[in-house]
Design a protein around this ligand. Structure first.
Ligand SMILES: Nc1ncnc2c1ncn2[C@@H]1O[C@H](COP(=O)(O)OP(=O)(O)O)[C@@H](O)[C@H]1O
Ligand SMILES: [Mg+2]
Length: 142
């Protein structure tokens, strides 16, 4: 059993996810509101289910490729079709970022400026400085 709390501005919603197979409803909810430029900041301890959620999110976005945690690559990019202006999902795992300057190399601001891209981010606490000015949608998994 896991739970996910999604917070947008001042509004929070709570979802229960009984088993690993049950992330679909929550992912559908997130996708129904997802827009280009959105940043989903996924927090939760190691093994909480962040990557499992990203797999369900990708499924709801019609992404066929298997999502693997980009812990070593830092960022992976997936094309999206059939979701209007939203044509790309970036998946960043900041687990190994211990100096925010390492993030600069990823040029996320530039990537998000195309008005076609949404970003889903694991370990947001490692890039707090950058996130502070980006008003992310927060998802806390426990
Ligand atoms: N709703 C759930 N209930 C119980 N176990 C889950 C649930 N969702 C995922 N899991 C399990 O928890 C683990 C999550 O791993 P992962 O998604 O890689 O975590 P993270 O990316 O947060 O480190 C996996 O072993 C998965 O089988
Ligand atoms: Mg992970």
């Amino acid at each position: 059993m896991r739970q996910a709390i999604i917070t947008k501005g001042k509004t929070s919603k709570n979802f229960k996810i009984p088993t690993e197979k049950d992330w679909g409803d929550f992912a559908e909810h997130v996708v129904s509101e997802l827009k280009p430029g959105d940043i989903l900041a996924l927090s939760g301890s190691l093994g909480a289910g962040k990557t499992t959620f990203v797999q369900a999110l990708a499924g709801s976005l019609g992404i066929k490729k298997n999502i693997q945690s980009p812990t070593f690559a830092l960022v992976r990019s997936y094309p999206i079709s059939g979701h209007g202006k939203l044509t790309r999902l970036l998946h960043v795992d900041a687990y190994r970022i211990d100096d925010e300057r390492d993030l600069m190399a990823l040029d996320l601001d530039e990537e998000l400026a195309d008005n076609e891209t949404a970003l889903v981010l694991e370990w947001p606490e490692n890039i707090k400085g950058w996130l502070q000015s980006h008003n992310p949608i927060k998802i806390k998994i426990s």
